[in-house]
Design a protein around this ligand. Structure first.
Ligand SMILES: CCCCCCCC(=O)SCCNC(=O)CCNC(=O)[C@H](O)C(C)(C)COP(=O)(O)OP(=O)(O)OC[C@H]1O[C@@H](n2cnc3c(N)ncnc32)[C@H](O)[C@@H]1OP(=O)(O)O
Length: 167
């Protein structure tokens, strides 16, 4: 089995005792250790601390094709979800997507530079409301998403298996 296959097929529970960042290293959207992942790199802007923003620049190829020449719709949703998830750390919360809506406004082209932008809108208790867009470098909006993330407390984390017994 190649090392790539080993990574792919090793369950989290057999991964030793990784740190939380190591456990996130295989995230399909941003994990550097996932050989099949999108490897998105975000910069965050906390100029307005209560409304942080996140931005990534990317370009996709036929690995993520849906309609000929364009990005698959599921990948479009993944990009928006990932961008919105990046707003949680600047807000100092651990949260997961509970609800997401996607507007597919224009086909998202392969082989062209794209900009992925997200911004936190507001919060209501444990609910965080985020928005995101996929844009061309000229600023044309191709897809737009909005989502409700739920802030996780220790009990939910344990129930979902995101923590290990010693956490
Ligand atoms: C390394 C970085 C990784 C980043 C990955 C990118 C982000 C992700 O993809 S995370 C993975 C995908 N998400 C998940 O797997 C989450 C799965 N869901 C869960 O585990 C649970 O539903 C969980 C824990 C979030 C919440 O469960 P639970 O505590 O039972 O709450 P639940 O009853 O579902 O409702 C949550 C709240 O959302 C609200 N809600 C649901 N839909 C909507 C909506 N459309 N609009 C507004 N509010 C809504 C509900 O009304 C409820 O509100 P309140 O707290 O006021 O009652």
């Amino acid at each position: 089995m190649s090392s790539q296959d080993t990574v792919r097929h090793t369950p989290l529970s057999m991964d030793g005792n990784p740190t939380i960042d190591e456990r996130a290293s295989h995230c399909f959207g941003c994990g550097p250790a996932n050989p099949q992942g999108l490897h998105l790199v975000f910069s965050t802007d906390t100029t307005v601390p209560e409304h942080p923003a996140a931005t990534a620049h990317l370009q996709l190829d036929r690995l993520h094709e849906g309609p000929p020449g364009y990005v698959h719709g599921g990948i479009v949703a993944t990009l928006l979800d990932e961008a919105m998830s990046k707003l949680n750390r600047p807000l100092d919360v651990l949260a997961v997507t509970r609800h997401m809506e996607v507007d597919y406004l224009r086909p998202v082209p392969l082989f062209q530079p794209l900009v992925l932008i997200s911004r936190h809108s507001h919060r209501d208790g444990r609910k965080l409301f985020h928005q995101a867009e996929i844009q061309t470098t000229g600023g044309a909006v191709l897809a737009r998403g909005k989502a409700v993330f739920i802030r996780l407390d220790k009990a939910i984390l344990a129930r979902a298996g995101f923590t290990q017994p010693d956490d």
